[in-house]
Design a protein around this ligand. Structure first.
Ligand code: GAR
Length: 212
């Protein structure tokens, strides 16, 4: 299964996926292309260092989404690289119809909270400020809402008395780096089906949910 990764920043989740492929832990998957809306994103450097095609595509004038014509360019770039699954890894824009319709049920996202709690930006900080004692990360299929698509897997982490939002995010990221490759593996192996809001995973394991 060929994947295309979209990211706006550091790219540690992309790195976790690429490393899992290189180690042979994530089987039957290759990264065809990495695309960023930010010319300075470290994710592009990471891709180049690994010999993976890295593209910057100017996102246009909007802050939270791509201009429609530009979203078409993103879709074309993904198609040109035979991408079958689009992996959002810290891509800080909503995706709309020009990506959603050619890739219906084939776009996944990772989010740093236990959805449906704390959608949008800086979710780890929202969770910390709210005072919850447990938070985590979620991998879900992408639909037209903000962080609303059917949930594939979730891993949880504690929030301690002497925490900071940054420490909480670091703890969540460790779990993200386990969860994302695992979810992609289940999709590549055709072990995932969507029935309404519920995602069924055939023979899932505790990489998908650390309470299992
Ligand atoms: C990750 O924690 C991811 O969950 C979050 O951005 C970070 C990207 O880190 N995504 C969102 O907040 C999306 N709403 P990375 O660039 O090191 O993978």
């Amino acid at each position: 299964m060929k994947i295309g990764v979209l990211g706006s920043g550091n790219g540690s989740n992309f790195q976790a996926v690429a490393d899992a492929i290189e180690r042979g832990d994530l089987k039957g998957v290759t990264v065809s292309v990495v695309i960023s809306d930010n010319p300075d994103a470290y994710i592009l450097e990471r891709a180049k260092k690994m010999g993976i095609k890295a593209l910057y595509i100017n996102p246009g004038g909007y802050k939270t989404k791509l201009e429609p014509d530009i979203e078409k360019q993103y879709a074309c770039a993904l198609k040109d690289n035979q991408v079958e699954l689009v992996v959002l890894a810290g891509f800080m824009r909503m995706v709309k119809d020009y990506l959603l319709s050619p890739y219906k049920g084939r776009i996944v996202n990772i989010h740093p909270s236990l959805l449906p709690a704390f959608t949008g930006l800086d979710s780890f900080r929202q969770a910390y400020d709210y005072g919850v004692k447990i938070t985590g990360c979620t991998v879900h299929f992408v639909d037209s809402g903000m962080d609303t698509g059917p949930i594939i897997g979730q891993r949880c982490v504690p929030i301690y008395e002497d925490d900071t939002p940054e420490k909480v995010h670091a703890r969540i990221q460790k779990e993200e780096h386990i969860l994302y490759p695992a979810c992609i593996q289940f999709i590549a192996d055709n072990k995932v089906s969507i029935a309404g809001r519920r995602v069924k995973i055939y023979n899932s394991d505790n990489r998908i949910n650390n309470l299992l």
